[in-house]
Design a protein around this ligand. Structure first.
Ligand code: G3P
Length: 478
C-alpha cells in the first residue's frame, strides 16, 4: 500500500528527508514486500551526534539498571515473537518455525547478556608493584572495564534479529551506545526488534536504527569519525570495511567453508543426520553450514546412500508451510549457486539428485566425487548444495581443510577420541565440533574464525569484553 517503514533515531520513528525508499523483495514471490527509508548522510551525522551524547549519561547509569532494561527488552521481544517471525518469513524466506526460534533465542541471548554483564563488569583487578623486578610495594593498581563509546552494528540477512541483538546487548550492558544498520532483507524484522527496545524504555538517542542504500551510507557509516567500534557479520564487504575503518576495534565474522571430516569408524547414521541438518538447514544459508564433506573412501558409498535417502525426505517449498528447503534470499544468490552447480557438472561431479530450480527456489543437491579443480570444492555457495570429496587418508582431509582461505568451524566424526583431538588440533579453524555439525550456539560459547573468516572472537562474554577497554588507576604510596 506504499507505506514506508520509518527509521529509528533520537527515541522516535522518523521519515528520511531523502523522500526515497529501499524495496525489500520477498524471496518467494519475488515481489516488493516492504519498503524502508533511504536515509541520508546528514541523518547518519545526527544519529552519531545523539549517540555520543546519550552514551555519556548511559555509562554513568548503574550497571544493575542497565541490566534491568535489557531484561525488560528481552521479555518484550519474546512477547512479539509472532509478528517478528512473520517478517523473517516474508523478508528472508526463513521457515516459520525457525523464524520463531530465532526470536526466542534472541530474547534468551539478551537476558543472558544482562546476567553475564553484571557479573563480569562488576569486578576488576587489583595489582601490587613488588611482583615486578626492581619494585617496592609502593604502587597499587586498580582496573575496571569502561565502554568504548558508539558501537556500529551491521548484521547479515540470515539472522537479522539474532545477529543484531548479539551485538546490541553486549554493547548496551557495557555502557555503549549503538547504531544499527540492518541488512536490507530483514530490515523490517530488525526495526520491529528495535521497537521492543524502544518499549523497554532505553534513553533517547542511545539506540538508533538507520536503513538505506549501501552505496549512499555504507562507507559513510563505517568510516564515520563518531564510530568507536564496528561489529560486522557478513561476506566480503567485511574485508573492505576492515581496510577502510579507522583506528577502532573490529569484530568480524565473514563466512566459512566448514569441512566435515568422516573417519572409517564413525557412526554413519549420526554423520548422515548431521550432514543433512548442518548442510541444508535454512537452505544452507548459514556461515556455519557444513560446506564440504571429506569422507574416507572405504565408507563413502554407504554414507552417500544414507545422506541421499535423507535429502529425498526434505520438503521443498514456501517458508509459510515451514518447508525444510525454501527460496534463497535473492535472484543473484540463486544465480551464483547455479554457477557453482554448472561448473561442477561440466567437470564431472556425480549428481545424487537432479538439479532443479524455480525462481529463487533450488532443490537440495548432494554432489559426489567432487575434485579440487571444481569451484564448489572451495567456494561458499550459501545455498542447498553440498559437495562430497572422497579422501584416502586423514591427512588429505586436513590438508583440504587447511588449504581453504576460510577457517570458521569444522567437524570430525570418529569414535576414537584421541584421533578426534589430534585432528581438531591440526585443523586451522576457530572451532572444531567432535561428532556434531558446526554451529555458533549455545550463544555464550566463544565463536571466532581464522584467516578470511574473521577478526576477534564473539559469544556473549567475549563480545562484552571486546566492547570495553581496561582503565587503570594507580595509587602511589609515599
Ligand atoms: O551465519 C551466521 C552464523 O553465525 C551461524 O550461526 O547459529 O546457524 O550456527 P548458527
Amino acid at each position: 500500500d506504499g507505506e514506508i517503514f520509518k527509521y529509528y533515531a533520537d527515541g522516535g520513528w522518523r521519515k528520511s528527508s531523502s523522500g526515497k525508499s529501499v524495496a525489500i523483495v520477498n524471496p518467494t514471490t519475488r515481489k516488493t514486500q516492504y519498503k524502508v527509508q533511504a536515509c541520508t548522510q546528514e541523518e547518519v551525522n545526527k544519529v552519531m551526534e545523539a549517540a555520543k551524547v546519550a552514551q555519556k549519561a548511559w555509562a554513568r547509569t548503574p550497571l544493575w539498571k542497565r541490566a534491568e532494561l535489557l531484561h525488560r527488552a528481552a521479555a518484550i521481544l519474546k512477547e512479539h515473537k509472532a509478528p517478528i517471525a512473520e517478517c523473517l518469513v516474508k523478508e528472508i524466506a526463513k521457515p516459520s518455525k525457525d523464524a520463531v526460534t530465532e526470536v526466542v533465542r534472541s530474547g534468551d541471548l539478551v537476558s543472558y547478556t544482562a546476567e553475564e554483564g553484571v557479573r563480569i563488569l562488576g569486578e576488576g583487578k587489583f595489582l601490587v608493584s613488588d611482583s615486578f623486578p626492581g619494585n617496592e610495594r609502593s604502587k597499587y593498581c586498580l582496573t575496571s572495564k569502561i565502554p568504548l563509546g558508539v558501537i556500529l552494528a551491521i548484521p547479515p540477512f540470515n539472522y537479522p534479529v539474532n545477529l543484531a541483538v548479539s551485538k546490541i546487548a553486549p554493547a548496551l550492558i557495557a555502557g555503549n551506545a549503538i547504531v544499527l544498520k540492518p541488512p536490507t532483507q530483514g530490515a523490517v524484522a530488525a526495526l520491529h526488534m528495535v521497537h521492543c527496545f524502544h518499549l523497554a524504555g532505553f534513553p533517547k538517542g542511545l539506540i538508533s536504527c538507520i536503513t538505506g542504500k549501501g552505496s549512499e551510507i555504507g562507507d559513510f557509516l563505517t568510516m564515520h569519525p563518531g564510530v568507536n567500534c564496528i561489529s560486522f557479520t557478513g561476506g566480503d564487504t567485511g574485508v573492505a570495511i576492515s581496510k577502510k575503518a579507522g583506528m577502532v576495534p573490529l569484530q568480524m565474522e565473514l563466512g566459512g567453508k566448514d569441512a566435515c571430516i568422516v573417519l572409517e569408524d564413525a557412526d554413519l547414521d549420526l554423520v548422515a543426520a548431521n550432514i543433512v541438518k548442518g548442510g541444508f538447514s535454512y537452505s544452507g544459508q548459514r556461515c556455519t553450514a557444513v560446506k564440504v564433506v571429506l569422507v574416507m573412501e572405504s565408507v563413502a558409498d554407504v554414507l552417500v546412500e544414507k545422506v541421499k535417502a535423507k535429502v529425498a525426505k526434505l520438503s521443498v517449498g514456501p517458508p509459510e508451510d515451514d518447508c525444510d528447503i525454501t527460496p534463497v534470499v535473492s535472484e543473484s544468490s540463486a544465480n551464483f549457486i547455479e554457477g557453482l552447480v554448472m561448473d561442477a557438472k561440466e567437470k564431472g561431479a556425480t549428481f545424487c539428485q537432479e538439479y532443479k530450480r524455480e525462481g529463487n527456489l533450488i532443490w537440495p543437491v548432494l554432489l559426489d566425487h567432487v575434485r579440487p579443480d571444481m569451484r564448489i570444492a572451495w567456494e561458499e555457495p550459501f545455498g542447498p548444495v553440498l559437495p562430497v570429496i572422497r579422501i584416502s587418508s586423514v591427512d588429505e582431509g586436513i590438508h583440504h581443510c587447511n588449504a581453504s582461505n576460510f577457517g570458521l568451524q569444522g567437524c570430525v566424526f570418529t569414535r576414537d577420541i584421541n584421533k578426534a583431538i589430534m585432528i581438531s588440533d591440526a585443523m586451522e579453524t576457530g572451532t572444531v565440533q567432535i561428532n556434531s555439525a558446526p554451529a555458533r550456539g549455545p550463544d555464550h560459547f566463544p565463536f571466532q574464525g581464522l584467516k578470511d573468516s574473521g577478526i576477534g572472537s564473539q559469544g556473549i562474554t567475549n563480545s562484552i569484553n571486546m566492547m570495553t577497554k581496561i582503565k587503570s588507576t594507580v595509587i602511589n604510596l609515599p
